[in-house]
Every structure is written in C-alpha cells, then in structure tokens.
Design a protein around this ligand. Structure first.
Ligand code: HEM
Length: 449
C-alpha cells in the first residue's frame, strides 16, 4: 500500500480511509513506523536527499552500485549464492527485494504484467523525487503508454535502418583516432575517444546539435551518479528535459532529418511535446553514458590483458563474441530501473507482495553460474551467452544493436591504430564511479606508444 506523506495516513489505493485506520493493531503499528519514515525521508528530501551522506543505509543496500575495480563487490556473489532474491534492507517500511540471480532477474524483467516501471511509483513513495520530475519516455512507463511510444521508435532501431549509419560510425571513429594521433603526450581516452563517439552518433541519429554536447554529457553523467545525491541526479534530469523541450520546439517549426524530425513529421499530431522530449531524453541519455563507459572500461580490460588485446587486434572473427563478452562482464548498467509488484506472486520460491519494490542487479545476474561456467572471468572466445547487459522483456534496450555497432567498430580500430598503447600510470590509481547506476571510470590516461 502507498501513502502520500503530506496526507499522513491517507491511503491511496482506493480503499476508504476508515477501513485502513481501524485495521488490526499490528497493521497500525507498522503504518505509524511507515508514516514516520516518510516524514523522515521528506525532511531529508527538503534538506537535500543525499545518498552519499546516508551512512545509515546498510552496506547491503548500496552493494549493487559498488565495485572492486571492474568486478561487482564480492558481497553480491555471496548474496546470490545464498539467496538469489534477498530482502533489501531499506529503512522505514519500504519493502524491497534485491535480485542477483540470473533466472530470477529474467523472471522479474520478463513479467511485464506483474511489475510496474511507472515513475509515479517512486514519487508516491517519496523516495526523494516528486511527480513533476517524471522524465517520461520509455523506461519509466507501463503499457499501454509504453507500447504506443515504443512502437513509434522501434522502426528507427531495426538493423536495416541502422545500417545506414555504419559508414558514419566508422568515419567518426577514424576522426577520433586521427585527433588522438595528433595529440602530444598521454591522452585521456574517456575525453578523446569514449565520450565523443557515442555523443556524435546520438547527435546525428536524433538531430541534436553536437555543439551542445558539453551540457548533455554533464547532465547524463550527473543523473546516473547517486554519489552527488538524489537531488543532484534529478536536478540534472530536469535540466536535460528543459534543454530537450527547446530542441523539440525548434523541430516542430522546422523538422530536420534526424529521428526527432521524423517523429514530428510522421507522428507530430499523436505526440505532445512532453512525450517527444521524453523519447529524445531516453535515446540521448540511454545511448551516451552507457556506450561511453563500455568503450572506456572495455579498453581498460584490453590494456590489462595483452593476449586479449592481440585477439581484438588480429582476429576479425573474435570481435563480435568478444564485444558480447565485454558487455556481459562489465555490465555497465548495474541495476535495472526499479520495478514495483502489481500483485502478490512467488518468484524462485520468494513471496513478493503487491507494492514491493524489486531491484534487479544486472551485474550480479551476469556473473551467475546459471549463465555458464566461470562467469567471473573474461573469455574472448566464450560461446554466446544470453546475458542481461541490455535488460530483458518489454523494456529491453532499444539501442542494443546501435551500441553493438559502435563497440564493434571502435575497439578493433583503436587497438589496430595504436598497437603499443598502454596505461599512462598504475591501474590502481584510476578513479571509478563510486555510486553510479551506470558504472564507469572518470579518466583513462593512456600513452599511445
Ligand atoms: C552498451 C550500451 C548500452 C547498454 C549497456 C544499455 C543498457 C540498457 C538496459 C539494461 C536497459 C533496460 C533497463 C530496464 O529494463 O530497466 C536499457 C533500456 C533502454 N536503452 Fe539502453 N543501453 C545501451 C545503449 C543504448 C543506446 C545506444 C540507446 C539509444 C540510442 C539506448 C536507449 C535505451 C532506451 C530508450 C531504453 C528504454 C527502453 C524501454 O524502456 O522500452 N541504450 N538500456
């Protein structure tokens, strides 16, 4: 059951208030605890809800966002071995589950009717966000809205439509390599290679000016990074949406050749500005930080394993399976969007009740032995595994093929152009995101050789 904080104990599930207020004593007690918790959270929220300062949150709650270098923290695999669906210790009556098992994650993500991704769930529970911060778009919507919006976007992401971008992607990669070759001294691979490639590709795809990249790159990084606190994260989201509303207005006046222009031309009357900005936001944010992190962290894997570096450089037939293995091993989107149970159910023997919050740890699930043997290790020759790096079910990543195209073009081109590239300093000194939904490295200084 969900409560609005400001309304005290007023229920919002349609039942009359009296029916709830006079229920059994134990229910009343737990309601009071819940209500106090909401008040506490709302105070924290007003004062700046800051996860990095929320030391009272048990470590187990933050474990899915933490890593040791490239690996999920060991606690996560211990939890998975013991309880692939475990109680997530959130304070004050928020009933939450962490799913670390592969089969169990697939079951949750595949059960669209049983779970809601709607943003209003977060706002209703007052988890540091307000309803008006709803970014819209695909990720935070349920059918039938999600079905309608996804149908409009899907034709643009088929292999046939995307293949027209192939020459452009290769040209963008080559331009970046030329710029790196012209630079003197060590180069930050994040700044020079990993970020600009997806930024340029997404700008072309959407029809958004590349000159604005500094703004949207900053917004994309900040919104996934809970280390700056939930307020900073949702503030970045609002800024991004305000920026995209401006772009949408321009595209309405003069539709361009990109995806936004196409949506305006073909479906402009069926989509309001909020929906258009939300769709653009999903593509811009979904496609930037994720692919950039994959490029930087994947390169780090290659730099630390000379045999794998050589395999990517010399063996064309290894590139596709190796990219797939890097996607699985790195699983940069560490957790899926929160799901909320719509009904009582049992998954993998665990009872989940209506309204419970369920968080799927994709990085945990992708290291599960159920997916195959020796999943803690990178194996460039691994026969394809049905990993969950792009999610599963109706919200599965719409840009998966585009991301693959970028990674398959960029890694081999990089190691072929700079066969003697090495890290500019010890790997132990690299600084990684501390509490970010999308894992990444802040900088990757390399010597090109
Ligand atoms: C390596 C790069 C990428 C990774 C690892 C990744 C990962 C994911 C994951 C795990 C989800 C599902 C989240 C959930 O179920 O809660 C997702 C959804 C999504 N991704 Fe990606 N993504 C990547 C690249 C892209 C690109 C290039 C685009 C667009 C051009 C994109 C756009 C989206 C959108 C719009 C959604 C929401 C889909 C829906 O809810 O129907 N992503 N992504």
């Amino acid at each position: 059951m969900a409560y609005h904080t400001d309304a005290g104990l007023a229920p919002v599930d349609g039942r009359p208030a009296e029916a709830v207020q006079y229920c059994a004593m134990s229910n009343l007690r737990s309601n009071i605890v819940t209500w106090l918790g909401r008040k506490y959270f709302s105070r924290i929220h007003r004062n700046g809800f800051d996860l990095s300062k929320m030391s009272f949150l048990p470590d187990a709650t933050l474990a899915p966002l933490r890593r040791e270098g490239l690996d999920p923290v060991a606690d996560l695999s211990r939890t998975r071995a013991k309880e692939p669906i475990s109680k997530l210790p959130l304070p004050f009556g928020i009933n939450a589950w962490l799913v670390t098992g592969y089969d169990e994650s697939k079951a949750v993500l595949g059960k669209a009717k049983g779970f809601s991704s709607d943003f209003t769930n977060l706002a209703e529970r007052n988890i540091g966000v307000a309803a008006q911060q709803n970014p819209g778009g695909l990720g935070f919507s349920d059918p039938p809205v999600h079905t309608r919006l996804r149908r409009l976007l899907t034709p643009e992401f088929t292999m046939r439509r995307l293949s027209r971008l192939t020459p452009r992607i290769h040209a963008i990669v080559e331009e970046r390599l030329d710029a790196m070759a012209a630079a003197e001294g060590p180069v930050d691979l994040v700044e020079a290679f990993a970020l600009p490639i997806p930024a340029l590709v997404i700008c072309e795809l959407l029809g958004v000016p590349y000159e604005d990249r500094e703004d949207f790159q900053r917004h994309s990084t900040a919104r996934f990074d809970l280390f700056g606190g939930a307020n900073a994260s949702f503030g970045a989201m609002s800024d991004q949406l305000a920026y995209l509303h401006g772009i949408v207005r321009k595209q309405r006046e003069t539709p361009g050749d990109g995806l936004l222009g196409m949506l305006v031309k073909e479906h402009g009357d069926d989509l309001d500005d909020q929906e258009l900005a939300g769709l653009a936001d999903g593509v811009l944010t979904g496609g930037l930080e994720t692919t950039a992190s994959m490029l930087a962290l994947g390169t780090l894997v290659l730099l630390q394993a000379p045999d794998q570096f050589a395999a990517m450089r010399d063996r064309d037939e290894v590139v596709d399976p190796f990219v797939e293995e890097l996607l699985r091993y790195l699983t940069v989107v560490q957790v899926a969007f929160p799901r909320f149970a719509r009904e009582d159910m049992e998954i993998g023997g665990t009872k989940i009740s209506t309204g419970d919050l369920v968080l799927c740890s994709l990085s945990g699930a992708n290291r599960d032995e159920k997916l195959g043997p020796d999943m803690e290790r990178v194996d460039p020759h691994r026969q394809s595994s049905s990993h969950l790096a792009f999610g599963h079910g109706i919200h599965r990543c719409i840009g998966a093929e585009l991301a693959r195209m970028e990674l398959r073009a960029a890694y081999p081109a990089l190691v072929r152009r700079f066969p003697h590239m090495r890290l500019a300093g010890p790997a132990e000194q690299l600084s990684f995101r501390k509490l970010s939904i999308v894992y990444g490295v802040d900088e990757l200084p390399v010597v090109l050789g």
